[in-house]
Design a protein around this ligand. Structure first.
Ligand code: FES
Length: 82
């Protein structure tokens, strides 16, 4: 996943926006990332990824799936939920 790909697909929040929010606001708990344009408050698919992004350290660069695989997995996730 590239920095300009959407991490929260429900609210079109990019990975870059989330990383910047974390850097500036230093949230204490993952739920505070909802203040970043509502990230994580829709279907819930992105919440584990938001949490992982928040917990990573500078020297521990996190790998996320590429955007196609990420969106495809979310479709499956939403199908199972409905
Ligand atoms: S993808 Fe973020 S809440 Fe649905």
């Amino acid at each position: 996943m590239k920095d300009d790909d959407e991490l929260c697909l429900c609210f079109h929040v990019t990975k870059r926006k989330v990383m910047q929010f974390i850097r500036v606001n230093q949230p204490g708990v993952p739920s505070q990332l909802s203040e970043c344009f509502g990230a994580g408050t829709g279907c819930g698919w992105c919440r584990p990824f938001l949490k992982r992004l928040m917990e990573q350290t500078d020297d521990d660069s996190m790998s996320l799936p590429d955007s196609e695989a990420y969106a495809s997995s979310r479709r499956e996730y939403r199908k199972k939920k409905s």
